[in-house]
Design a protein around this ligand. Structure first.
Ligand SMILES: Nc1ncnc2c1ncn2[C@@H]1O[C@H](COP(=O)(O)OP(=O)(O)OP(=O)(O)O)[C@@H](O)[C@H]1O
Ligand SMILES: [Mg+2]
Length: 438
């Protein structure tokens, strides 16, 4: 019967033959019923003994052709009744199993199983970030150009560090460098190095960042700010591995992987002739784009827990808790400064909190405190309204939160009952509460 799951006709024939074998019925039939009437597919009559006047129907399932049933003419004795009863209990269990299999499949499409995480204590790697990390792991072993794009504070450097960590260069240096960090006229000597006396203020040799990162990875952030004068020099290095430090007699060969990042649109800069097209193509063999935090809100609760426990530990604040209304504001806010802004906000409110205290909405920066609710909830109602034209992940996360909250309230916090009411396992509920910060 298990093997035939989802094929009612085959199950019905199996059930009919079990009933015949058990000799508890005078006759058994398998039929299909539709609007125009019923059709018998299979029938077996043993013909022996006195027959109970009652016919009993077992409903097996529905196919395209109609509903499949097994009709049984039972013997009147108690043991035959008990046997038939046992068969129908078996059948019911089978139907239950099949139903939960379908439900689980549906759930998995909506909520992929909680996966192994890339967490190493330094960062939260979930959702889109996780996909990017999986991809980064795959391309890390090669030396192909990787360009990381994303708004400020989205985690470009975290991703670049991961590319380094998963590469064969992991035990060599990772050097992050922001191209806007030094004045333009100093940039060349910072990157490519110089000899003592190469220019007026060069009072000693400087190997430069490229040589300092020897064997490792140089992460060039805000690459769009690199002046047109330096771009050919970087291109030459990417193509030949050679640099010409200022004041040196000949070129020097260095093995360094370059990973570039930008929060501006490099294609626009190429069109405006502020960025060389050949360098762009060289850097942009693989593009990793990190979406802004407002488009990956499902990661917010885990990020909050990560930053709250880190701040609590650093500031000696014991166990800090985030009030649900605070979590709500965090989920609703637009986060123009992305994860960096979230991290700073949490450090700030954690500093204000009492030891073992609660982070309440009144502690939040005004803009965040005022983040408006996008879901309507009628008072004393068992329903919530959902905006139809919004991002799917945060809206679904919100719906999940509300449903879990309601189930926990109804069950007075008894997890087994809440999980059952929600149709998920206890472990599933535990994982969801963790993910949603409930
Ligand atoms: N997934 C994450 N988990 C934990 N912390 C994160 C995560 N992503 C980013 N951060 C933190 O947010 C801050 C900003 O990240 P990062 O410096 O990587 O962003 P960025 O995109 O390079 O920003 P910018 O464009 O301003 O240089 C850092 O302090 C980083 O530790
Ligand atoms: Mg950065």
């Amino acid at each position: 019967m298990m093997l035939h799951a989802g094929k009612p006709q085959l199950i019905a024939i199996e059930v009919a033959s079990i009933i015949s074998d058990l000799a508890c019925a005078a006759s058994v039939e398998v039929g299909i019923r539709d609007k125009s009437g019923q059709r018998i597919l299979f029938s077996h009559r043993s013909g022996a003994g006195h027959v109970d006047a009652r016919r009993q129907n077992l409903e097996i399932g529905v196919t395209d052709e109609g509903s499949v049933f097994v009709s049984v003419e039972t013997y009147p004795d108690a043991s035959s009744h008990a046997t038939l009863n046992a068969v129908s209990v078996l059948l019911e269990s089978l139907q239950q199993l099949e139903k939960s299999r379908v439900e689980q499949e549906e759930r998995l499409t909506l909520w992929p199983e909680e996966e192994e995480s890339f967490d190493d204590g330094d960062g939260v790697v979930l959702g889109r970030m996780r996909e990017l990390m999986v991809y980064a792991k795959r391309v890390a072993k090669t030396n192909i150009g990787v360009l990381i794009t994303g708004e400020s504070g989205t985690g470009k450097e975290i991703l670049a560090r991961a590319l380094h960590k998963y590469s064969t260069r992991a035990d060599r240096p990772f050097m992050p460098f922001n191209c806007t960090a030094v004045p333009r006229d100093m940039l060349e000597s910072q990157l490519f190095g110089h000899r003592r006396g190469a220019f007026t203020s060069a009072d000693r040799d400087n190997p430069g960042l490229i040589r300092a990162a020897k064997g490792g990875t140089l992460f060039l952030d805000e690459i769009g700010e690199l002046g047109l004068d330096l771009q050919p020099k970087l291109l030459r290095f990417l193509e030949s591995g050679e640099i010409s430090p200022l004041g040196d007699t000949g070129p020097v060969n260095v093995d360094v992987r370059i990973i570039a990042a930008t929060n501006s649109n490099l294609e626009d800069l190429v069109r405006a002739e502020r960025f060389r097209e050949d360098l762009f193509y060289r850097l942009n063999v693989i593009r990793l784009t990190i979406p802004p935090l407002r488009d990956r809100r499902d990661e917010i609760p885990a990020l909050i827990h990560h930053f709250v426990s880190r701040s609590a530990r650093d500031l000696g604040k014991g166990q800090l808790r985030v009030a649900e209304e605070t979590m709500e504001r965090f989920l609703l806010y637009q986060w123009p400064g992305n994860i960096r802004q979230l991290q700073n906000e949490i450090s700030r409110v954690a500093a204000l909190a009492e030891v073992d205290g609660v982070l309440t909405p009144d502690m939040l920066t005004q803009d965040i405190r005022n983040a408006g609710p996008r879901l309507s909830q009628r008072r004393d109602s068992h329903e919530i309204g959902v905006p139809l034209h919004d991002k799917l992940a945060p809206t679904l996360a919100h719906v999940e939160r509300e449903m879990i909250r309601a189930a926990l309230k109804n069950s007075h916090g008894r997890l087994e009952i809440a999980a059952k009411a929600l149709g998920i396992s206890r472990k599933g509920l535990y994982l969801k509460r963790q993910r949603l910060g409930l």
